[in-house]
Design a protein around this ligand. Structure first.
Ligand SMILES: *[C@@H]1O[C@H](CO)[C@@H](O)[C@H](O)[C@H]1NC(C)=O
Ligand SMILES: *[C@@H]1O[C@H](CO)[C@@H](O)[C@H](O)[C@H]1NC(C)=O
Ligand SMILES: *[C@@H]1O[C@H](CO)[C@@H](O)[C@H](O)[C@H]1NC(C)=O
Ligand SMILES: *[C@@H]1O[C@H](CO)[C@@H](O)[C@H](O)[C@H]1NC(C)=O
Ligand SMILES: *[C@@H]1O[C@H](CO)[C@@H](O)[C@H](O)[C@H]1NC(C)=O
Ligand SMILES: *[C@@H]1O[C@H](CO)[C@@H](O)[C@H](O)[C@H]1NC(C)=O
Ligand SMILES: *[C@@H]1O[C@H](CO)[C@@H](O)[C@H](O)[C@H]1NC(C)=O
Length: 340
């Protein structure tokens, strides 16, 4: 019995290994271009190397700096350190605004944070919140007259305007309470991914809190291709969505993205475009008397010759294949030859 179990486990893990390989083989970069900078996977339309031709355009180049171990990737414009790239967002390393007072309640030092993404494909995502740490501090996010504020005692979060391309985060103290200064000399403020920071009172006196937040709370940015919407881009001579892909308008009004519809895989920006998944390879039909037919984006199950679709009370998909005698023959578990 034990040997059987072991064989079955081996068989399953072998199958897992094969399906992982199929995923890894899907095209993510232009031919001849590296896919990774350190631990970061860089899929086309992004590309590694300034001016390397690996991306769709200079704005999407990633500068892979190998003097770090592991190497780190930075955006070509703005020099933001990239932590992760997904099909609609990138996460970048954050910066924190601060303001400190001395024991006499006089301003000791302060720093603001400015992000300028005007010449980049990026804008602020609605997955960020503004967090203020510190007793009696107030923080503002300002962007071309539009502003969002947050008052804190001793920590506060507020959801933030989506789509901003340029913003300044600043901080000031609302009053001059010396009793507060005795245990809380500094206030901090940052925009960053929702739910990635949990307030702890001891953070207020941690001298390394700014670095800790920069390391653990990423800033989430949305990215788009161009400044045209799908309709305009389709009419231009450089529309990039490849075969079988769908074009998605950015919900901030400027730019578009390409995506593979469900049932398809691949890189929608690169030839040959999105590839149909052959679902039948994973035997999705639940009866051995069914045959699977692959269709673009899906599959369907039907009864093999000599059988007909019978009573709806059997089977998870509402039918079961019955032999001509009209009797349901219990599904047999199919084992690989030699194991039972
Ligand atoms: C990066 O990869 C190395 C080696 O695979 C691993 O040891 C390290 O923990 C990874 N670092 C991060 C930040 O994921
Ligand atoms: C890599 O990073 C180091 C340290 O910050 C810096 O001195 C160097 O100029 C960077 N190299 C490139 C190619 O950007
Ligand atoms: C990066 O993002 C992808 C897609 O959202 C996710 O699957 C992956 O785990 C992330 N990697 C890291 C290191 O955060
Ligand atoms: C700012 O002032 C605080 C309190 O006086 C001090 O602890 C901190 O080290 C100072 N930071 C910088 C960057 O000078
Ligand atoms: C707070 O009061 C102290 C002492 O009266 C003064 O030196 C300091 O400038 C005040 N700070 C602010 C922010 O008003
Ligand atoms: C795309 O842009 C054109 C020109 O600005 C506009 O007329 C059209 O309504 C836009 N389409 C969508 C779906 O936003
Ligand atoms: C398409 O062409 C326009 C105008 O030449 C250019 O500004 C834009 O960057 C191009 N877009 C892509 C995705 O190549």
């Amino acid at each position: 019995m034990k040997t059987y179990l072991l064989f079955l486990l081996l068989w399953f893990s072998l199958n897992l290994a094969i399906s992982n390989q199929t995923l890894n083989n899907s095209i993510i970069t232009k031919p001849g271009c590296p896919a990774k900078c350190g631990n970061l996977t860089v899929p086309y339309p992004f590309g590694i190397g300034l001016g390397s031709g690996c991306s769709i355009g200079q704005q999407f180049d990633m500068n892979c700096n190998t003097s770090f171990n592991p190497p780190k990737a930075f955006t070509s414009e703005g020099n933001l350190e990239v932590i992760n790239i997904s099909d609609s967002k990138i996460r970048v390393k954050n910066r924190v605004a601060s303001e400190c007072y001395n024991e006499f309640s006089a301003l000791s030092n302060q720093s603001t944070v400015r992000f300028n993404l005007e010449t980049t494909p990026y804008s602020l995502s609605n997955e960020n919140v503004l967090t203020v740490l510190g007793c009696d501090y107030r923080s503002m996010v300002e962007s071309q007259g539009r502003g969002r504020g947050c008052n804190a005692f001793c920590s506060c979060e507020t959801s933030i305007l989506k789509g901003l391309k340029s913003f300044l985060i600043s901080l000031d103290r609302r009053s001059n309470q010396t009793e507060v200064v005795s245990f809380n000399k500094c206030g901090y403020s940052f925009l960053g991914e929702k739910d990635s920071y949990l307030f702890r009172f001891r953070d207020l006196s941690d001298p390394h809190i700014m670095e800790k937040i920069s390391e653990t709370v990423p800033l989430v940015l949305d990215w788009v291709i161009d400044n045209k919407n799908c309709t305009e881009a389709q009419q231009s001579n450089n529309f990039t969505c490849q075969r079988n892909s769908i074009c998605l308008n950015s919900d901030t009004g400027l730019g578009y993205r390409c995506s593979c519809p469900s049932g398809f895989v691949g890189n929608p920006y690169l030839k040959p475009g999105c590839q149909d998944i052959n679902e039948c390879e994973s035997n999705p039909c639940d009866d051995e008397n069914e045959i699977c037919s692959n269709t673009p984006g899906g599959y369907h199950c039907s009864c093999r010759e000599g059988y007909f679709a019978g009573d709806r009370k059997y089977g998870v998909r509402g039918f079961v294949c019955l032999f001509q005698d009209g009797i349901y023959h219990e599904r047999k578990i199919v084992m690989p030859i030699g194991y039972l």
